[in-house]
Design a protein around this ligand. Structure first.
Ligand code: UT7
Length: 339
């Protein structure tokens, strides 16, 4: 069986983006705060990643709590109070079982709608866009709330200064509805891929069915771990190739892209991908300085923060990379959204 999966799709009955919203917890951790806890510095973190601060949850505040806030903001932005489906992309659900999406739907007053979680780590939101587009194209849903939310501060090794510098907590959401390819907001093409050979690059090794936690034992490898350098190299290569693939499908040249809104893993990765694809640095949207790497929340939070610069009709390219390893891209025309 092939260990490398690449899926391409073009859709006739398209999904149209009609609302965005984001939420970050109020507690902020600056680089100076981290320098007080670890052998690190603001200069090291900023020069390697572009990050200045990140938000983290307080004890008792969960991924589901953030998702409800972001979902409410997106529904308000779309001017709707009902959907047929809630999809939550996350790697840090409220519980290993059940999925968090039903509780989030309940928290939003969306009782009895279909609701499920989707896991593709930092690529989860782009996978979610494609999955929702599939539901809508198949006639299984007319309007969907897609949320990306993660609280990596709850799974980081307290001794890992690299991860503490990179990751932040947050949630972002979009509302998608059935529409036509010619409409503002239309999602026009997707590229999705994975390579399970590199499962160990980004992992929480213990705590699943392969390495279950046993009573009385808490192994060291139940924390999140990332092989940063190897991930960096894969991220640049896979994101650039995925972006180019989706541009080819939709018939845009790199210079046609008004905004590249990529997964905010590292500012240097975003600019390296822009460089390889041929997108000028001023067309690369960056908010990692304020929020860090928020995993599945990264792209919808960036879209929310970019609403001031994105103009209706802009050609927008979304590209992500994450654990699995996984990668994915989507091309869309930016809609006219209320402020
Ligand atoms: O979202 C999913 C995708 N994730 C990514 O795409 C992340 C990709 N990777 C990265 O962004 C980078 O690899 C990091 C920002 C995570 C790390 O940067 P790096 O330049 O690859 O550093 P490194 O891990 O290779 O470490 C280089 C040095 C090491 O010291 P020695 O062995 O050279 O003496 C580390 O111990 O930097 C040290 N180091 C730190 N120093 C100060 C690692 N973390 C820190 C820190 N402060 N926070």
């Amino acid at each position: 069986m092939a260990d490398h999966i690449v899926m391409h799709c073009m859709i006739d009955r398209v999904s149209v983006l009609c609302g965005v919203g984001g939420y970050v917890p109020s507690s902020v951790v600056t680089n100076a705060d981290l320098a007080g806890r670890f052998d690190t510095s603001d200069e090291w973190i900023r020069s390697r990643t572009g990050i200045r601060q990140r938000h983290v949850v307080r004890t008792g505040e969960s991924t589901g709590d953030l998702a409800v806030q972001a979902g409410a903001a997106a529904l308000k932005n779309a001017g709707v109070d009902s959907v047929d489906l809630v999809v939550l992309a996350t790697t840090t659900p409220d519980h290993p079982c059940p999925a968090t999406a039903p509780a989030v739907a309940r928290g939003l007053g969306l009782d009895h709608v279909a609701a499920f979680d989707l896991g593709a780590v930092c690529t989860g939101f782009v996978y979610g866009l494609a999955a929702v587009a599939g539901f809508i194209a198949a006639g299984l849903a007319e309007r969907v709330l897609l949320i990306g939310a993660d609280t990596f501060s709850t799974i980081l090794d307290p001794a890992d200064r690299g991860a503490a510098a990179v990751f932040g907590d947050g949630a972002g959401a979009v509302v998608l509805r059935r529409g036509d390819a010619g409409e503002l907001g239309a999602l026009l093409a997707f590229d999705l891929g994975s390579d399970g050979d590199f499962v160990d690059l980004i992992t929480v090794r213990a705590g699943g069915s392969k390495h279950p936690l046993t009573a009385g034992q808490v192994p060291d490898d139940h924390w999140f771990s990332m092989q940063g350098k190897a991930v960096y190299r894969h991220a640049v290569r896979r994101m650039a190739a995925s972006a180019q693939d989706v541009l080819r499908q939709v018939g845009w040249r790199a210079q046609d892209v008004d905004w590249f809104v990529g997964h905010q893993a590292n500012q240097r990765i975003l600019h390296a991908v822009g460089d390889q694809v041929g997108i000028a640095p001023e067309r690369v949207f960056v908010n990692i300085d304020q929020v860090g790497n928020t995993v599945a929340a990264s792209i919808p939070l960036a879209l929310t923060d970019a609403t001031g610069v994105l103009r209706p009709g802009d050609k927008v390219l979304l590209t992500a990379f994450g654990g699995g390893i996984t990668w994915g891209s989507a091309a869309l025309i930016w809609p006219a959204l209320p402020d």
